[in-house]
Design a protein around this ligand. Sequence first.
Ligand code: EPZ
Length: 425
Amino acid sequence: MDQIIVTGNGPLKGEIPIAGAKNACLTLMPATLLTDQPLTLTNAPRLSDIRTMTALLGSLGAEVASLQEGQVLALSSHAMTSHRAEYDIVRKMRASILVLGPMLARDGVAEVSLPGGCAIGARPVDLHLRALEAMGATLDLCEGYVHAKAPSGGLKGAVFEFPVVSVGATENALMAATLARGTTVLKNAAREPEIVDLARCLRAMGAQIEGEGTGTIIIHGVQALHGATHPVVTDRIELGTYMLAPAMCGGEVELLGGRIELLAAFCEKLDEAGISVEETPRGLKVARKNGRVRAVNVRTEPFPGFPTDLQAQFMALMCTADGTSVLEETIFENRFMHAPELTRMGAQIEVHGGHATVTGVESLRGAPVMATDLRASVSLILAGMAAQGTTTVSRVYHLDRGYEHVVRKLRGVGAHIERVKEEAA
Ligand code: EPZ
C-alpha cells in the first residue's frame, strides 16, 4: 500500500484546479440506466470510485467509455444483460445502491446487494426502499440482496416525505420518478448541489422536474427519456478541502472553478476564523495573511448547512486555532476517527459521542498516522502540511476514492509532499 510523506513548510502560493464532483458523478452515471440512448458526462473526475461505478454498470451490460483521459464518460445501456448488482462490487462502494431506482423504473426489475455499513456508520438504505415502495415497488430482502419488482404497468407517482434528509435516497427516488406514471412529490428532500446537478441532467434527458434545491421536488413522469450531454458540477468538497490548505499553512491560493454558493456555510465559518475568501473571475482566492486562525464552533447539517464531508478537514484547521472549538457531527454516528490520529500529532481533542472539543495548540508535530476513511485521509495531509517535521500517512488508498492528483495539486502551490510505496513490513 502507498504512503504519503509530507513535511511542514511555510506559506503556499499558486492555484489549484477543482475537478468535477465525485458525489454528482456517482449518481449521474446510473442515470444512463433510465434510457437506451447515449448519455455523455463531461468534466468527470478521475477517481477509483468512478472506476468502481464503471465496473458495476459494465456488469449489468451497460457500456462506459472513458475518453479524454477520463474527463469524458460516454455511457449507454441499450444492451442490458443483467439486472443484478453483485455484492463483491457493491460492498466496495455504497453508491452502488443508486442503480436500484433507475433499473426498476425502466425495466421493472432489479436485484441489488445491500451495501452494508462502512467506517463512518451503519448507513442503512431503508429510506431508499421506502420511497420506491411508495411508488408501488415490491421489495423482498433475501440473502443480502434487495429483490425489487415494479407493478405490471410500471412505477406510479406518489407523495413521499423523507423522515430524515437523505442524499442517496432522494437521488434514487428522483431518478425512479422520472418514468413513473403520474406525478411524484418528494418532501424533506435533500437540497445538495449534487441533487440539483442530477435534476439538470435528467431534465436535459427529457424529464419533467421542478423544485430541485428546495425541500420539495415535483416530478411529472414521462414515457421515456432520451440521451444528453451534461457537465458534472464542480466538487464542493474537494474545493473546501483545498481552501483549508492556505488557511492552515498561510499564503494565498486560488481555487479554479470554485464558487461560494457551493459551500456558503463553510465559507462563513472560514470568515469567522479569520480567513479571507474572495471571488475572482476564475474561482475563489483564499488567504491567511497573518496570525493564528480563531477557534469557531461547527455543527454539520444537510445542505445548505456545514457539510459533514468537510468536518474532518475543518477539525485539522481548529487544531492550531487560537482558542477552543466544538465540532458537532449530526449526520454520521462515527465520523471522528481522524481525531486520535491528529492527537498523535500533538492535537488536543476530546470526543464525547457526537461532539469533539478541540483546544488549539501553537503547532502540530509530524508523526506516522493512518488514514481511516476518505475525508479523514486528507485532513491528516493538511495537518502534516502545517506541522513541524515530517508526517507519513499510510492507507492512502482511501484518498484515491475522492481526490485526483492530490500530490500534484498540492505540490503546485508549494507543499513538500510525495507518494511512496510502503516498505514491506
Ligand atoms: C452521501 O451519502 C454522500 N455520498 C456522502 O459522502 C455524504 O457524507 C452524505 O451524502 C451526506 O451528505 C455520495 O453522495 C456517494 P445520506 P449518503 O443518505 O447518500 C441516514 C464522501 O465522503 N440514512 O444523506 O449515503 C444515514 O445513515 C461521502 O464523499 C438512513 O438512515 O448519505 C445518515 O445518518 C461519505 N437511511 C443520514 O441518513 C437511509 O436509507 C444521511 O445519509 C439513508 C440514509
